[in-house]
Design a protein around this ligand. Structure first.
Ligand SMILES: NC(=O)C1=CN([C@@H]2O[C@H](COP(=O)(O)OP(=O)(O)OC[C@H]3O[C@@H](n4cnc5c(N)ncnc54)[C@H](OP(=O)(O)O)[C@@H]3O)[C@@H](O)[C@H]2O)C=CC1
Ligand SMILES: O=C(O)C1=N[C@H](C(=O)O)C[C@H](O)C1
Length: 272
C-alpha cells in the first residue's frame, strides 16, 4: 500500500489570528505540511521561525514577505488576510505551480470581488465567508426557510464579532443574506436594506436587513430571524474556537488540489 504524501500548504498572514490557527493545524495534522508562511512587510517578525510566533518548537518555516519564493513546490495556498493582500497574492502565485487557492478573507468591495473571480480562470479557488460546517448547514436551512415562509416574514441577519474586526457586515452575514435572498428568488443586491439609522420609515416587506455588533473577544455569532406578526423564528450559530474555520479551510485546500480552475464554495467541498 502506498502512503499518501501530505498536502503542502502555504499560509498567508501566518502571524494573524486565523493565520496562527491555520499554521498550528498544518503543523499538527500528519496529512498536511506547513510549507510556507507569509506576513505583511511591516510585520516585525519577518525572518523568524513560525514556531517562535506560535510559542512552539522550531519548524524550519520562516515568515517571509516573498510569496513567489515560498510557494515554489507547494500544493495549495490559504489566505485569511485583507482584500488588497489577497489580490496581490494571486498575482504573485502565477509564477509558482500552485493551482489550489482557499480564500477566507472578507470585506471585498464589489469591484474587488469581480477581480478575484477573474482569477478563477487560472486557479481552483474555494471562497467562503465562513469555513465552518455549522454555518454552511445554517445557510442551507436559511435558504429553505426563506423559500417556504414567504415575503410577509421579515428576514433580519444579526452578527456579533470581536472588537478587532475591520469589516461589516461580516462575510458570514452576507453569505447568510445571499442564502436567504436565493430562497426568496432574487439577488441579495435587490433585497438588501440600508443600515437602520435615523428616520428610516416603516420596514418594507420582502427585504433583508442587517445588524452588526462589535464586542470584546467574541469569535463569531450569527442569527437569522424570520419575523411574522404573531411569531418569530430564529436560526443561529456560534463559533467557539477559530480552529473550526481552520479545519474547514484545510479540508477545502485538500479538496481543491487537482480540481479544474474555477470558482467554488464550501457547498462543493462539503457536498451540501
Ligand atoms: N471565512 C472564514 O471562515 C473566516 C474569515 N476570517 C477573515 O479572515 C481575515 C483575517 O482575519 P484575522 O485573522 O482575524 O485578522 P488578523 O488581522 O489577525 O490577521 C490578518 C493577517 O494578515 C496579515 N497581512 C496583511 N497584509 C498581508 C500581506 N500582504 N501578506 C501577508 N500577510 C498580510 C496581517 O498583517 P498586519 O496586521 O500587519 O496587517 C495580519 O497578520 C478577515 O478578513 C476575517 O474576516 C476570519 C475568520 C474566519
Ligand atoms: O473576522 C472574523 O473574526 C471572522 N470573520 C468571518 C466573517 O466575516 O464572517 C468569519 C467569522 O465569523 C470570523
Amino acid at each position: 500500500m502506498t502512503e499518501k504524501s501530505p498536502t503542502r500548504i502555504v499560509v498567508a498572514g501566518a502571524a494573524g489570528r486565523m493565520g496562527q490557527a491555520l499554521s498550528g493545524l498544518a503543523l499538527s495534522d500528519p496529512d498536511l505540511e506547513l510549507f510556507g508562511a507569509t506576513e505583511a512587510p511591516v510585520f516585525p517578525g519577518i525572518g523568524k521561525d513560525i514556531g517562535e510566533i506560535l510559542g512552539e518548537r522550531d519548524t524550519g518555516v520562516q515568515l517571509t514577505t516573498d510569496l513567489e519564493a515560498a510557494a515554489q513546490g507547494a500544493h495549495a495556498y490559504v489566505d485569511f488576510t485583507r482584500p488588497q493582500a489577497t489580490l496581490s497574492a494571486l498575482s504573485a502565485l502565477k509564477g509558482t505551480g500552485v493551482k489550489a487557492v482557499v480564500i477566507g478573507t472578507t470585506g471585498f468591495t464589489q469591484d474587488e470581488l469581480l477581480a478575484l473571480q477573474e482569477w478563477s480562470q487560472h486557479y481552483a479557488i474555494v471562497f467562503s465567508g465562513n469555513f465552518s460546517l455549522g454555518v454552511n448547514m445554517l445557510a442551507e436551512l436559511v435558504r429553505r426557510a426563506a423559500k417556504s415562509l414567504g415575503p410577509e416574514w421579515d428576514i433580519e441577519v444579526l452578527e456579533t464579532h470581536h472588537r478587532h474586526k475591520v469589516d461589516a457586515p461580516s462575510g458570514t452575514a452576507l453569505l447568510l443574506g445571499e442564502a436567504a435572498a436565493d430562497g426568496c428568488g432574487a439577488p441579495l443586491d435587490d433585497l438588501r436594506l440600508p443600515p437602520y439609522d435615523g428616520v428610516t420609515g416603516e420596514r418594507p416587506e420582502g427585504k433583508i436587513g442587517f445588524s452588526v455588533r462589535r464586542s470584546g473577544g467574541v469569535i463569531g455569532e450569527h442569527e437569522v430571524s424570520f419575523g411574522a406578526m404573531e411569531e418569530v423564528l430564529s436560526l443561529s450559530h456560534t463559533a467557539l474556537d477559530r480552529r473550526v474555520f481552520a479545519r474547514g479551510a484545510m479540508k477545502a485546500a485538500q479538496w481543491a488540489v487537482g480540481k479544474p480552475a474555477g470558482w467554488y464554495s464550501m457547498k462543493h467541498v462539503l457536498g451540501l
